[in-house]
Ligand binder design. Structure first.
Ligand code: FES
Ligand SMILES: [Fe+2]
Length: 308
C-alpha cells in the first residue's frame, strides 16, 4: 500500500507473520516505486527488476544474478512502523528510528469507554489549520448550529490555558450544546478540556457538566490525529472513547462524519492554507487564547511544515 506522509512516499505491507513493514517507496536500484511491486514470501519485490527486500530494507535477491549475495549497497531505506489504536504510526527520522513518542490518549486505557475510529477524512488544508479548528470554541454556534452550538448562546465564558512541559491544556470550557453527542438530544451544559501534546494531534475530553459526585450522563474523549500528506492537504482520523455503549458503532461514526462535514467547507475556504504562526498576521480576540497558545507551541517546537 502506498502512503504519503510529509511529502514523502512510503510503502506498507505485511510479512508472512502479518507484521507491518515500511520502506521509503523508492527502489535503491533505479528509483522505481516499490509499492507497484508485489509481496513474495513476506518480502517486497520491486516491479522493475524484481529485487526483493525485507522490512529492514535488506535486499535478499537480485534476479538477474541469482548467485550474487546482495550487500549494504543494495539496501532500501527502512522506516520504523507500529500499529496502535487501529492506526499505523511511522517515524521518518532514521537516526533515532523509534516510536516512543506517540501522542498520549489516556482514555484508551479506560475500560468503561468504548473505542472506535472515524475517518479518514481527506481535507485540502494544512494540519495546523485543522488542529486549530478542533480547539476553536467560538465557531460551535455558527458552523455546528443546532448540534454542538446554540445560536442563542454565542458568548464564551472565560476558560484557562495551562502551559505544560510538553504542550498545553485548555481547561474549564463550558458550552451549551443542543446535541452534544449521538445520544444527547436535548440542550446540555457540557464541560470541555483539551490536551495538546503533539503538533498534529490533540485530545478533547467532554462530559455533561455536573456538580459534586453526580455521574455525568455522558462522557467521551476524542483524539484527532492528522496525517499531513503535503503542506496543504491532510488525512484526518478521530479516535473515539465513548461512554455510549448502546448506539450502533456505525451511527457513532456517522455522527462524527456529520460534524466534520460541517467543518470541512469552512476549513477548506481559509486562506492561506498554511497556518500563520507569527504574531500580527491574523487578528485574535480574548476568546481565541487556545489558538494563540497553539501557535506559540508550534513556534516553540520549531514546526515548519504546514505553517507560514
Ligand atoms: S528499479 Fe527496483 S529492481 Fe531495478
Ligand atoms: Fe467544528
Amino acid at each position: 500500500m502506498p502512503v504519503t506522509l510529509l511529502n514523502t512516499g512510503l510503502v506498507l505491507w505485511r510479512n508472512d507473520e502479518a507484521v507491518l513493514q515500511c520502506l521509503y517507496d523508492q527502489c535503491p536500484h533505479r528509483g522505481a516505486k516499490l509499492s507497484l511491486g508485489a509481496v513474495c514470501q513476506g518480502q517486497l519485490q520491486c516491479p522493475y527488476h524484481g529485487w526483493r527486500f525485507d522490512g529492514e530494507g535488506v535486499c535478499h535477491l537480485v534476479p538477474s544474478m541469482v548467485s550474487f549475495k546482495p550487500g549494504p549497497a543494495q539496501q532500501a531505506r527502512a522506516v520504523a512502523v507500529k500499529e496502535h489504536m487501529g492506526l499505523v504510526w511511522v517515524c521518518l527520522d532514521s537516526e533515532s528510528a523509534k516510536l516512543t513518542q506517540l501522542p498520549a490518549f489516556t482514555a484508551e486505557q479506560n475500560s468503561r469507554l468504548r473505542k472506535l475510529n472515524a475517518g479518514p477524512y481527506e481535507v485540502t488544508t494544512s494540519a495546523p489549520r485543522i488542529i486549530e479548528n478542533f480547539l476553536d470554541i467560538a465557531h460551535f454556534s455558527f458552523v455546528h448550529s443546532g448540534w454542538l452550538g446554540d445560536p442563542n448562546t454565542t458568548h464564551i465564558a472565560d476558560y484557562q490555558v495551562e502551559i505544560q512541559t510538553s504542550g498545553f491544556k485548555v481547561k474549564n470550557v463550558r458550552v451549551e450544546q443542543p446535541q452534544a453527542s449521538l445520544a444527547m438530544t436535548q440542550n446540555e451544559l457540557v464541560a470541555y478540556q483539551y490536551d495538546v501534546t503533539h503538533p498534529y494531534g490533540a485530545v478533547l475530553t467532554k462530559r455533561q457538566a455536573v456538580e459534586g459526585n453526580e455521574t455525568p450522563a455522558f462522557e467521551e474523549s476524542i483524539a484527532v490525529f492528522i496525517q499531513p500528506v503535503t503542506a496543504e492537504s491532510c488525512r484526518v482520523w478521530f479516535r473515539l472513547a465513548v461512554s455510549d455503549l448502546e448506539s450502533e458503532p456505525q451511527a457513532l461514526i456517522e455522527f462524527q462524519d456529520t460534524i466534520f462535514s460541517q467543518d470541512r467547507p469552512v476549513l477548506e475556504s481559509q486562506t492561506p492554507r498554511l497556518l500563520p504562526i507569527h504574531a500580527g498576521t491574523e487578528v485574535h480576540v480574548a476568546t481565541d487564547k487556545a489558538a494563540v497558545a497553539y501557535r506559540k507551541y508550534l513556534l516553540q517546537c520549531g514546526v515548519t511544515f504546514g505553517v507560514c
